[in-house]
Design a binder for this molecule. Sequence first.
Ligand SMILES: Nc1ncnc2c1ncn2[C@@H]1O[C@H](COP(=O)(O)OP(=O)(O)O)[C@@H](O)[C@H]1O
Ligand SMILES: [Mg+2]
Length: 262
Amino acid sequence: MSDMKTDLAIKIENLSVRYTINIDNKITMKNALMRASRGERVKTKVVEAVNNLSLEVKHGTVLGIVGANGAGKSTLMRTIAGILPPTQGRVSVNGKVSTLLALGVGFNQSLSGRDNIILGGLAAGMTLSQISEKTDEIAKFADLPDGFLDVPVRTYSAGMYSRVAFSVAVNISPDILLLDEALSTGDATFKEKSFNRLRELCEQARTILIVSHALSSLNELCDSVLWLHQGRIREIGKPEQVTDNYLKFLNVGKTSTALEDL
Ligand SMILES: Nc1ncnc2c1ncn2[C@@H]1O[C@H](COP(=O)(O)OP(=O)(O)O)[C@@H](O)[C@H]1O
Ligand SMILES: [Mg+2]
């Protein structure tokens, strides 16, 4: 990132991400070949999930991201994580990224919890000895029952699975942590524990991007909040101001479940 200011963790320049969707309901190979031989095109539709978006995130910033379903939040997060390539524009990331994009995305189903923790740690730039020091802590944080650390994660209950995923993401000391709707994982006790862990991370001058519908949590945790609307930045600024305007836009008022805590 030679052309990147050193205080920046993430720099996004004129980013667009498009998906092309087939809108033919019966699209088989035979079907497609027949059409092609007749010179017909398969009907497609282009979705502009992120639309010419530019954004700079300084190191140590906790940025909340809100927006309606389909606003492009997950697409933006996946592009920052390097999982999804930009259609246009540039994304530069300065630091090691740890992601919890959806529950356990990135977990290999046939590997044990321990091996997945090792892979997650390596991806975040840790050494094997650093990882093995952390492994017990991660399992303990996730309340994994005895013995489960060494069996394939596909045998985990949904709760165990998501607790381990959260625990890995927040315990491997990433420079940049991306959380996509991962806050409301687990039962009440785990939610409280994960919120407290996140609060600690937010206080440690790490760069964290949190996509969430828990607006009051975002108000508490974030330095600023970005409201994404139809792939564009509708507003970015002080958390309470942006979440207030977003709530007004949703037209549901402050008593709604949108303000519910984690
Ligand atoms: N893999 C995909 N293929 C086609 N369209 C997609 C895909 N993922 C998301 N989209 C579309 O892109 C838009 C943004 O989706 P997404 O980034 O998931 O929004 P959000 O996370 O804010 O709900 C939506 O219109 C969605 O239907
Ligand atoms: Mg999403």
